[in-house]
Design a protein around this ligand. Structure first.
Ligand SMILES: Cc1cc2nc3c(=O)[nH]c(=O)nc-3n(C[C@H](O)[C@H](O)[C@H](O)COP(=O)(O)OP(=O)(O)OC[C@H]3O[C@@H](n4cnc5c(N)ncnc54)[C@H](O)[C@@H]3O)c2cc1C
Length: 260
């Protein structure tokens, strides 16, 4: 039997999560699947939808945006369409509209499946996360958040409060390569951000965690660096060798498109 808790404040949510078997619920799209497959058996679900501190998108003092963790993917895409168009395009390509209307930014990061699209895009943009838990609040660069396959730096009882995007700069793109259905996870996902002659790429699907790499702002050299950093597994989306080759192709295309 699963109990439900519906906190309205961050303090209540954190307190509810300190009980044994409690799991935070954003949109529930990943959690429901894991429960159905018998991989997760929470005794308490703590829904975050009504926690006001986790909702909304607002400007920061540095000219960027703070995106509340309970913001849905649809709300995120709508909020950033003019300021971070590549991020909006990336989010538009996640799953399908039914998923995007329910899944949240916090859930999309905390789930930490390395094939997800949002993490590499936010890594390329040098986003940070604000976390809050029983011992207080801390800010982490997103690059320090992903700890392993579906593992993060979140401590017991800790929540993502918001994701902070730096002031918009330069040009960005996200290229999702998926030879199967449109709403499938990426075989390889490549985010690319160019600003002031510097290039940063984020990669999905090619390692145990999403990857962030600072690379030369030259498509050929960046492709070579990305393929060297990729450490993919053989799976139903392709062999490791194929994914490594497609990583190079996608990085070259994404960067060449931005430089054209
Ligand atoms: C059919 C389908 C297709 C999909 N296709 C894609 C795709 O193409 N690309 C892609 O990237 N993803 C895809 N996804 C995954 C989807 O993006 C994730 O399911 C979703 O982002 C998770 O968000 P959620 O809010 O529903 O998470 P939930 O299921 O609510 O939570 C996921 C995890 O995050 C934790 N969590 C939630 N919120 C917080 C918080 N604020 N702080 C700390 N921990 C938190 C939960 O405890 C849980 O461990 C797909 C999913 C489905 C079901």
């Amino acid at each position: 039997m699963v109990e439900w808790t519906r906190p309205t404040s961050l303090a209540e949510a954190i307190a509810a999560l300190t009980t044994d078997g409690a799991v935070a619920l954003g949109g529930g799209t990943s959690t429901a699947l894991l429960m159905k497959q018998g991989l997760l058996a929470p005794t308490r679900l703590v829904t975050l939808r009504q926690v006001q501190d986790l909702r909304g998108v607002r400007p920061t003092a540095h000219g960027g945006l703070a995106v509340g963790a309970a913001t849905t993917l649809t709300e995120l895409a709508d909020a950033v369409r003019s300021s971070y168009p590549a991020l909006a395009a990336c989010v538009d390509g996640i799953g399908n509209v039914r998923i995007r209307n329910v899944a949240t930014v916090g859930g999309a990061l905390a789930h930490a499946d390395p094939a997800q699209d949002l993490p590499p895009m936010l890594l390329a943009l040098d986003a940070q996360v604000l976390l809050a838990g029983p011992s207080g609040q801390r800010t982490l660069p997103l690059d320090g958040f992903f700890a392993g396959y579906m593992e993060t730096a979140l401590q017991p009882g800790e929540l993502i409060v918001h994701v902070e995007l730096p002031r918009p700069s330069g040009r960005s793109a996200y290229l999702k390569f998926t030879p199967r259905s449109q709403d499938d996870y990426a075989t390889v996902g490549v985010a690319c951000h160019l600003s002031d002659g510097a290039a940063v790429i984020g990669l999905a699907g090619v390692a145990m965690t999403p990857l962030r790499l600072a690379v030369p702002a030259d498509p050929g050299s960046a492709a070579e660096a990305a393929a060297a950093a990729a450490d993919p597994l053989d799976d139903l989306r392709g062999s490791a060798a194929y994914k490594r080759a497609m990583t190079a192709v996608c990085v070259r295309r994404a960067m060449a498109g931005l430089l054209a």
